[in-house]
Design a protein around this ligand. Structure first.
Ligand SMILES: *Cc1c(COP(=O)(O)O)cnc(C)c1O
Length: 381
């Protein structure tokens, strides 16, 4: 049967479940699973992580939060990084918790709660030292004061206080000590203003693994659920993606033949090549040109020449591959195939970037623990 996509991304639910169970255990069952950016490129895994022990879910946009709600997942869902004109009313109506980093956002949430006729559940977000998002400490007291007022009027309920650490992948950094202190002070300020947040949360994956963000109520873990450890210190995590493609054509090329744009690679001796219908337009980092390998018949073989948008060329040595033969671009590494970590190294980036950039032309398959497969839709905007 003809298939529409020669390239396939398999999401291994059992790995995500195992990683989730690991974090549920090491956080004492206080795990917010962070599923932003289409679940770090793994698709809709909300039910899987809740089934494996996550007690809440975190995402960035309200659209993502509504999708989680639409999947019928019945745990708290928190959305952050929303602009002041975001659809807060839709979030409140769908019982989505909202991070509030500023007076402007608090005003907008209060208005939306009024319009929706419901109390908004909010987590006040303080900047503990990231210098990026969250409420600057200079404005924190005012934010807590206004939130307490709104809570008194019944428009919002402050259920949480959150912060996000900048250097938790290096636990020895003194900055971590400062950020924990800023966070503790911020929680104290909130309490002094009459707020009683049920949950405080500071740690993401690295801070959870290294302990740099220990001592609070919830842990917001994203990367780790997908086998990525930014601190490079844990061996307990399992990668959850395999990317394969299928040979379009193969040929014998003579010594001295230049391959692809600019002839960056000239084959030193006569060899066989195969054309693979996947390129940087599908998320293969172009910076990995000249370095990357794929797994062909159980052996690593080099991709040669500059990556194109829609195709790359692999040097298969003595093997002439038939059209349609499957080649593994990356996987867990258990059969010798390259890993996402290899691809990150080859392209001088982090694993997060590799897994979140796989393009919409690549077919997606969700493999359940019992081995059954479900085709997934390509990621939404
Ligand atoms: C992305 C994100 C997380 C999750 O971080 P990981 O390192 O992937 O675990 C947690 N909190 C906030 C605010 C984030 O933006």
């Amino acid at each position: 049967m003809p298939t529409s996509s020669p390239s396939e991304l398999v999401v291994h639910e059992s790995a995500i479940r195992a990683n989730t169970a690991f974090f549920a255990e090491c956080t004492g069952n206080r795990l917010m699973a962070v599923l932003k950016a289409d679940g770090f490129g793994h698709g809709d895994v909300a039910a899987a992580v809740v089934g494996a022990g996550a007690t809440s879910i975190g995402v960035t946009s309200i659209a993502e939060a509504l999708r989680v709600r639409g999947a019928g997942v019945d745990v708290p869902v928190l959305s952050w990084t929303n602009a002041v004109d975001a659809d807060f009313a839709a979030a409140v109506t769908a019982d989505v918790d909202l991070a509030v980093p500023s007076l402007a956002v608090l005003h907008a949430v209060v208005r939306a709660a009024g319009a929706a006729g419901r109390r908004a559940r909010v987590h006040l977000h303080v900047d503990v030292g990231m210098g990026r998002d969250g409420c600057p400490t200079e404005e924190w007291t005012a934010l807590c004061g206004l939130a307490a007022e709104a809570q008194g009027l019944g428009t919002v309920r402050v259920v949480g206080v959150m912060g996000h650490m900048s250097c938790a992948d290096r636990p020895e950094e003194p900055q971590n000590v400062r950020e924990r202190l800023v966070f503790r002070n911020a929680v104290r300020t909130a309490r002094r203003r009459g707020l009683a947040p049920a949950v405080t949360h500071l740690a993401a994956t690295a801070a959870t693994i290294t302990g740099a963000g220990r001592g609070f109520d919830l842990h917001r873990v994203g990367a780790g659920l997908f086998g990525i450890d930014p601190s490079g210190t844990s061996s307990a995590l399992r990668p959850a993606l395999s990317l394969t493609t299928r040979v379009v054509s193969a040929r014998r090329v003579a010594a001295g033949t230049g391959i692809g744009y600019g002839h960056d690679h000239v084959v030193p001796r006569t060899t066989n090549t195969a054309l693979l219908p996947i390129g940087y337009g599908d998320g293969l980092p172009r910076a990995a040109s000249g370095k990357a390998e794929v797994l062909v018949r159980g052996r690593r073989r080099p991709l040669i020449g500059r990556f194109s948008m829609d195709m790359v060329v692999v040097d298969t040595g003595g093997d002439r591959l038939p059209p349609g033969e499957t080649v593994t671009v990356f996987g867990p590494g258990s059969d010798g195939e390259p890993t996402v970590a290899d691809w990150a190294r080859w392209s001088d980036t982090i694993e997060h970037e590799v897994v979140t950039r796989i393009g919409s032309r690549v077919a997606r398959v969700h493999r359940r623990p019992d081995g059954r497969d479900t085709a997934l839709e390509a990621p939404h905007a």
